[in-house]
Write a protein that binds this ligand. Sequence first.
Ligand code: CMX
Ligand code: CO
Length: 142
Amino acid sequence: MLLRIDHVGIACRDLEEKIAFYQATFGVTVVSREVNQEQGVKEAMLHVADGEGGGSYIQLLEPLGPDTPVGRFLARRGEGLHHVAYGVSDIEGALAAIGGTGVRLLDERPRHGAMGSSIAFLHPKDVGGVLTELVEAPPRPL
Ligand code: CMX
Ligand code: CO
């Protein structure tokens, strides 16, 4: 069901500062910057590698305010690893299969993610304490 690790999501207070750190330290490049109002974040995707199902990225996340998922996370735990995202080829099928195992779905239907992807989250309490995201990449242009 899982194609690859699509990205790791990292919560930070200052997006530009963390982008500069990742570029200087790991030589990775920003391939997308977006504001996602629905998710309450300003974010950047930094490219790590390409795989068969699509790329792998570091997703840096700055909250748009304190009353957002990443804002609450920063207040409670401080900066650091926020979630792991796995690539899937059929996100609706994956949600149906995983929901059927009893894991709580935070999104019954996919939402809009970075770079035209479809995303959905699984409850961290049902995944051993790991906030888990599923990502279906957009269809490749012909
Ligand atoms: N990783 C692991 N555990 C987490 C967590 C995280 N990122 N965020 C919260 N938790 C834990 C809390 O510590 C809490 O545990 P305890 O009860 O033991 O203290 C428990 O989950 C419930 O937390 P809560 O009080 O309900 O916290 P929130 O109201 O912040 O909700 C969550 C948590 C996961 C339901 C919410 O953050 C959510 O819906 N996330 C999905 C959307 C999201 O994170 N969007 C931003 C990223 C967008 C992107 O990747 O594109
Ligand atoms: Co993510």
